[in-house]
Design a binder for this molecule. Sequence first.
Ligand code: NAD
Length: 331
Amino acid sequence: MVMVKRKTVKKRALVTGAGGFIGHHLVKFLKKKGYWVRGVDIKFPEYEESAADEFEILDLRRSDDSLQATRNIDEVYALAADMGGMGYITGHDALIFHNNSLININTIEAARINGVKKYLFSSSGCVYPAHKQDTPNIKPLKEIDAYPANPADGGYSWEKLFTERLCLYYREAYGMDTKIVRFHNVFGPLGTWDGGREKAPAAVCRKVALAKMQGRNEIEIWGDGKQTRSFCYIDDCVEGIYRLMSSKFNDPLNLGQDRMISINELVEIVSKIAGVKLKIKHITGPLGVRGRNSDNSLLRKVLKWEPRISLEEGLTRTFNWIEDQIQNSQA
Ligand code: NAD
């Protein structure tokens, strides 16, 4: 009897935004799962070389670049976006809506032309209406709360809702297996920590680390610090993305932690990790909504799983990495 050894064909994934925070981690995760991965971005990852089999510098606002990015691909993970923390997305509405809608219209259409079967779009907890997030102690947000639509964070959030619709229509019209994930404040090592696009956890870690190094006992925080959020560690985020892509679920799904804390509490936790006692000086700055938390009931039901890395554990890893970055940049 002749034994025929069957060659396993690797699934081919495209990760857009692979030079960015979540995309870079997702490329590593998919490689470990045995995928062949193409990363695409307008820049290379800043802090570490990409694990992608192929990394192409392409601008997805261009349709020809999107066609090149999606050739010979089974699954697209659409993470590319013009984005940043509140300091960036406040006041750049036109630019962000323009850039992100072009990126998403081109990428999904190119994926259709190239016969891509599965497509995941990275939406955000910012799609939820302003009036459901106007006090620090808000009710966790369920996926259905997004409508009637009145997102709080301007052009960035409206574009997310717009592309969620686009995914729905591509599924209905062309049978593309689209997934929509709404991230809630993802953080971790290898993410932007300075320069103006960083988000709250990285900014707080940087401020605390700098105060510790310089022997100062005070840091500045935008607003009264009573605004609340939930924060999800990056390893949980990429695990959730993978689980959603492997599921049969197509409607929008929250992916975040459901432990809500204030920014003042975030500072307290990071200070404890750093081993310092700090006073907070509250200054004026862009704040975003007053409160936001993820309702994870649907996530638990659909994926039989939810994020499990504690905030303290995630922040310890992130603080240590940012402290190293500062020390290296000053050396
Ligand atoms: P990021 O800014 O680190 O990564 C986005 C990447 O997209 C960047 O590397 C950027 O260069 C790239 N990009 C921008 N314009 C491009 C273009 N024209 N062509 C190709 N690439 C382009 O952001 P992230 O935190 O990794 O976020 C990934 C996705 O998740 C984004 O869609 C973001 O809106 C969404 N999201 C993130 C969070 C979070 O907490 N990090 C929360 C909600 C939603």
